[in-house]
Design a protein. Structure first.
Length: 329
């Protein structure tokens, strides 16, 4: 965690929502970069603590639930040879938590550091100002892209620690390694050397899109690229996005509405159900209404922009995402 980002963004506790976070313990650091430490809420009746692991502060409200749900992400090692990793992957098998993580991380790392499909969605929006937040940044390539474009401080936030680890490695060592899926359980180890001019402007934090640890009106720019259909409550995520924006700030929201009941219960979907209703199950009118409710005025909108996701050697999915550029009233 960069102290510069911490001091500029002045995070608040996601539990009591009033206490400022302070650096209670600095265990390991490299200049202004705190690699291991503990943050604590200054509110005496709260005093929650949040760990900083591998340079990534984990500032989530349900910290105990998060830690017990994510031991693999947290303790996963990245120093195994491709041969041994392949053997362990074969033994654990398809559908194992290990294989699912390896696949997801590989998909986004490959796009973010070799291809740039998500970054090209961001490039459809005119953006200026800061500081900026990239919500659901995954492996962080779009966060670096945003920082280079804006030349402003940017924080990338995501709940997936394995993804954030790749982002952190890009930030701190300029090296990105990931497993690129060929077929089945067969992967090739890829390595990309990465030296963006924007490095100093970027940091990555582990936070929930629906409970961001920032005061109202903190950010001048926000990106929420392909995230709304991955969170338990898209409505809460839009509300949070609107809350942390300064008046006049720009938010770019893109979503393929690719609902999965594992990520979002059907009741939380924006469209995609109730075909008998006024909108016949369409999502777009509901997102527009939700944005209006939260004080986000639509500046421009594209109904279907191509976004490709490579799954393996013989499979690439092409979505048509709804892309909306909004301005906070
Ligand atoms: C489909 S991926 C998109 C990643 C990236 N924005 C892109 O377009 O390449 C969705 C991302 O949202 C993250 N995510 C899901 N639920 C989240 C939450 N509640 N808070 C923050 N991030 C979340 C996932 O971990 C994942 O990295
Ligand atoms: Zn607190």
């Amino acid at each position: 965690m960069r102290r510069g980002h911490f001091e500029a963004l002045r995070p608040i506790c996601p539990v009591c929502r009033s206490g400022a976070l302070t650096i209670a313990t600095a265990i390991r650091q490299d200049d202004d970069d705190l690699l291991e430490g503990i943050l604590s809420c200054a509110n005496v009746s709260c005093r929650r603590e949040y760990p900083i692991v591998d340079g990534i502060p984990i500032i989530v409200a349900a910290i105990r639930a998060w830690l017990s749900a994510n031991p693999l992400q947290l303790l996963l090692r990245d120093d195994l040879s491709p041969e041994l990793e392949g053997l362990l992957g074969d033994v654990l098998g398809s559908g194992s938590a290990f294989d699912t993580l390896r696949q997801h991380v590989g998909i986004y790392a490959h796009d973010h550091y070799r291809v740039g499909n998500a970054a090209s969605l961001l490039d459809r929006a005119p953006l200026a100002g800061g500081p900026a937040i990239d919500v659901g940044c995954a492996t962080g390539g779009t966060t670096f892209h945003l920082a280079s474009r804006l030349e402003q401080r940017v924080v990338g936030v995501d709940l997936n620690f394995a993804m954030l680890r790749v982002a952190s490695s890009a930030l701190r060592s300029g090296r990105v390694t990931y497993a690129r899926r060929s077929v089945g359980l067969v992967y090739e180890r890829e390595e990309v050397l990465f030296d963006p001019p924007s490095r100093e402007l970027v940091d990555f934090w582990c936070c929930d899109a629906a409970a961001l640890p920032f005061a109202d009106a903190t950010f001048g720019v926000a990106a929420s690229i392909n995230v709304l259909d991955c969170v338990p409550s898209p409505r809460d995520a839009v509300r949070e996005l609107a809350r942390i924006l300064q008046p006049g700030a720009t938010a770019v929201i893109a979503t393929p509405y690719d609902w999965s009941p594992n990520a979002t219960p059907v009741e939380g979907w924006i469209g995609g159900h109730s075909q008998r209703g006024d909108h016949r199950g369409a999502a777009e009118p509901l997102l527009r209404a939700l944005l209006a409710d939260e004080g986000l005025a639509i500046v421009s909108e594209e109904e279907s922009v191509p976004w490709k996701v490579r799954l393996h050697e013989r499979s690439t999915v092409e979505y048509g995402v709804h892309l909306v550029v909004t301005q906070k009233m």
